[in-house]
Design a protein around this ligand. Sequence first.
Ligand code: PLP
Length: 389
Amino acid sequence: MNLFEKDKTYIAGTYNRFPVAIASGKGSLLFGEDGREYIDLTSGIGVTAFGIADEKWQAAVIEQVGKVQHTSNLFYTAPCADLAELLCRKTGMKKIFFSNSGAEANECAVKAARKYAADKYGAERFTVVSMKNSFHGRTLTTLSATGQDHYHELYNPLTPGFASVAASAAGLDELAVLHLKTPVAAVMIECIQGEGGVLPLDPDFIRALAAWCKQNDALLIVDEVQTGNGRTGKLYAYMNYGIEPDVVTTAKGLAGGLPLGATLLGEKVKDVFGFGDHGSTFGGNPVACAAALSILSRIDDDLLDGVKRKGDFLRATFTGAKGIEGVTGMGLLLGLKTTKPAPEVLAACRDRGVLCLTAKDKVRLIPALNIPDELLAKAAQVIKDVCAE
Ligand SMILES: *Cc1c(COP(=O)(O)O)cnc(C)c1O
């Protein structure tokens, strides 16, 4: 059996993979099992923040693997505490709960909201309101938080206590009406809906939601799983709007390619969890935390300026280009509305050595934060050519 056949035979059929087998990579280049070379504008869906086999990241991982790879959360380890301190220092949040994925980070946020609301207002205040067209993960609870019906249909009954409202000014009215019927414990947003098609929420709407939450003592949970860790040109996307979330969740790029989720707890919820209230065997694993320390400590103003500059370059390249009807997103999380169907654009780009993703009907570009300018320019030209044909 070749690799494709073996995978199809033995792996559960949940992924419609591209016909490419990756053997290795370096920076923003990926090398196929067949020897082909690709410019990577996917970064493992925003995970390999500094590309493949980044030397400092690799050294940090190898050093920690050589010391201790896992201890359980019954013991203290330095990388875990150091990373929590760095996250708090860079955001002003107060405490961190570590897990292994975006869904788990969101699961923890929902638990924090439910516990905060129940402790303060009683058991009938539990509803978590998300936005229509949002994406918050694949566990049953985070699917319930996800405001897209097609993700729900297969898995009823879902976790109760969720509702979704329009991700626009109309959503504020819906929220107010809902709050009268079923008190709202928390509102959960992505500043840019990534899986939903790289759709930024209106900044005024984001600020109005934040104000509503403050007024009503509902927690504002910002899901930064995709938008976080430098992706939009700020450390976290919410920092573009001058808001102060109560809970921030992140994962994907945080550890640069190792599984790590983090739920950042603000002043209101910093002490919401006591001993035994939540936990994770692997969460805060020292290797993943050492990897994240290497990434997070290097997301500085220089790097963020580079993300903005590279994003502006892509925007300028694609705006008004033939076959490209619009550009959405921020920094290095961009969506292209193309005249040709996005999957056709992806396939043609792949044939010419450039890997991109889709998000709904868009072509999604989400390269490593440090992709070299020449590679980015080369890849952008390929996309432009493909769209124009
Ligand atoms: C990817 C993603 C998740 C889920 O993360 P996993 O690590 O796959 O569980 C949640 N929220 C957003 C916004 C995401 O982009």
